[in-house]
Design a binder for this molecule. Structure first.
Ligand code: PLP
Length: 394
């Protein structure tokens, strides 16, 4: 029996069935490469779903985490630590230079959104406008804002008072926002919906509409933030500054950390006792995030994400079976005609590439920001054969 089969069986016997059977059982990684428990090698063009910003086992992340865990791993929120304060300052400066803001740290994207939703309730209003196609996480609050009914319905009643409007439709947004609206939540790039990019005009309209009605503008950048689109925030492509930004995924480069950033008046809404979490701002996770930010800056990874992402988009678009390519930086989505996306993912894996399907005809790529042009070119050379293999299997 292969090691993969053995561990897959043990997985099924020990873990709750929330994800279905694992596609691989992985043992180690280095850069953009991972190896499974049977020694098979794959190039990782998914990066833990937009998490492994620096790839696997990056020396800067290894050093920062090793150093921190051997110094001080956790202290509780009765106490402060240097990496926690430094990271909050760095994030505020990267997200909205010169604007007064404050950060709440937590451990995941859903938890960051939960914090933002609770913050929005302190405006004294409850109504939230969210986008069709939105994914904000699986906790009861973030699920309440997620548009896919199949995710929500088994868990209803959820915190209510949510209106969904078509993504990118400024007129519908203007009609939905009233003096009762606490917040408008938008992913500047919708990841789980298949990589849909909001136009700068739509984000600017959202800024204007929320300001008119005294509602918070909240950007969920859990997937699109931290350099993935070639700028620190995807919102930076539009020049729009929101009141609230939520981050997670790529922030810790693999260590679990989330953050809710608030600017201006919104930054002062939480008072002692309103919110908290044991692991939020933990020195280990914040030291990891500082190493991620330092490495992105030192190695010019924002510019690299633009270059490699453009190359990947142009390359995959060249095949006529690809009908649309979307995205910014190394967050890339495409639509296929006549080929099943899950079959493409399976064919890619057989050929040694990890990619992902976000729908029956939609494929997503979110490689580490350290991905090289050689790896992109090697994938593009394999791409027509992957599509052939997926088509033959259909
Ligand atoms: N928000 C967005 C935009 C996401 O893409 C995700 C996860 O895919 C989440 C929130 C939830 O994050 P987490 O899985 O860390 O709770």
């Amino acid at each position: 029996m292969s090691e993969t089969l053995k561990w897959t069986e043990r997985y099924a016997g020990a873990l709750m069935n929330t994800f279905g059977p694992p596609k691989l059982v992985l043992a180690r990684g280095e850069g953009c490469r991972v190896w499974d428990v049977d020694g098979n090698e794959y190039v990782d063009f998914l990066g833990g779903i937009a998490v492994n910003t620096l790839g696997h086992a990056h020396p800067a992340l290894v050093a920062a985490v090793s150093n921190q865990v051997s110094t001080l791993a956790h202290v509780s929120n009765f106490f402060a630590t240097r990496p926690q304060v430094e990271l909050a300052e760095r994030l505020l400066e990267l997200a909205a230079p010169g604007v007064d803001g404050r950060v709440f740290f937590c451990s995941s994207g859903a938890e960051a959104n939960e914090a933002a939703l609770k913050l929005s309730r302190l405006t004294g209003r409850t109504h939230v406008v969210a986008m069709e196609g939105a994914f904000h996480g699986r906790t009861m609050g973030s699920l309440a804002l997620t548009s896919k009914a199949a995710y929500r319905e088994p868990f209803e009643p959820l915190p209510g008072d949510v209106t969904w409007v078509p993504y990118g439709d400024a007129e519908a947004l203007a009609a939905a926002v009233t003096e009762r609206t606490a917040a408008v939540v938008i992913e500047p790039v919708q990841g789980e919906a298949g990589v849909n990019v909001a136009s700068a005009q739509f984000l600017a309209a959202a800024r204007e509409i929320t300001a008119q009605h005294g509602a918070l503008l909240w950007f969920d950048e859990v997937q699109s933030g931290m350099g993935r689109t070639g700028t620190w925030l995807a919102a930076h492509h539009s020049g729009v500054t929101p009141d609230v930004v939520t981050l997670a995924k790529g922030l810790g480069g693999g260590l679990p950390i989330g953050a809710c950033l608030a600017f201006g008046d919104a930054a002062g809404l939480f008072a002692p006792g309103n919110h908290g979490t044991t692991f939020g701002g933990n020195p280990l996770a914040t030291a990891a995030a500082l190493a991620v930010i330092d490495t992105i800056e030192a190695d010019g990874l924002l510019a690299r994400a633009v270059e490699t992402g453009d190359r990947l988009r142009a390359g995959v678009a060249a095949d006529p079976r690809v009908t649309e390519v979307r995205g910014l930086g190394v967050l890339v989505g495409l639509t296929l005609a006549g080929i099943d996306a899950p079959a493409v993912v399976a064919a890619a894996q057989s050929a040694g590439w990890i990619i992902n399907a976000t729908g029956p005809d939609r494929v997503r790529f979110a490689p580490p920001l350290v991905v090289g042009t050689e790896e992109i070119d090697a994938f593009l050379a394999a791409w027509p054969g992957i599509l052939d293999a997926a088509g033959e299997g259909a």
